[in-house]
Design a protein around this ligand. Sequence first.
Ligand code: IMP
Ligand code: MG
Length: 177
Amino acid sequence: MKQTLYTESEIKGVVAELAAAIAADFAGRKLLLLGLLKGCQPFLADLCRELSRYSLSLAVEYLQVSSYCGTASSGKVTFDCGLPEGLGQGCEVIVVDDIFDTGLTLQSVVSRLYENGAAKVKTCVLLRKEASHRVVLEPDYCGAVIPDVFIVGYGLDYNEQYRELPYIRALAADEQR
Ligand code: IMP
Ligand code: MG
C-alpha cells in the first residue's frame, strides 16, 4: 500500500489558498504566470482556475527547464528553450513550479528574468522540502512544507513516470530503478 502525502481534495485546498494570497497582492494588476515545465502543469492549470474567481488580468507562459536525474538534483539547471518573446516587459511575473528543493531551479530562472530586463519577479511553489536548500532565495508563495523525501504525482515525476497521479505520494524504494 503506497502512502498518500496529499489527497486530491487537500491539494485543491492548498491551491485555493495560494490563489487567494496571490489575488490579494495583485488585485487589479496585470500579472504573468510563468510555469516551469513539465512539472508545473496540473498545478498551474488549477491555480489559473482558482485565480479566475478574482479580478486580475492574467497571462500564462511556459519555460522548460530541467535539473533532476532520477531522485537527485544534478546541481545544474538546463534551459531547454529560450525565454518567451518580450517577457517581463510591462507586467509583473510570478514563476510557478511544483516543488522547491535545492532552490537552484528557481534561482536560475529568476536571475535569467532579471538579466532579461524584468522589473519584478516573484515565485510560487506548491511544495517545498524542509531540508535541502542551497540558495538564498525563498519562494514568495508556498503551499506547504514536506519532509525531505522524493515524491511523485500531480505533475511530479520519477524519470517521466507518475505525473498523471491526481494525488501526491512518496516514491517507494522498490519503485526506484
Ligand atoms: P531544485 O532546483 O533542487 O529546487 O529542484 C526543483 C525541481 O526538481 C522541480 O522543478 C522538480 O522538477 C524537481 N524535483 C525536486 N524534488 C522533486 C521530487 O521530490 N519529485 C519530483 N521532482 C522533484
Ligand atoms: Mg521541474
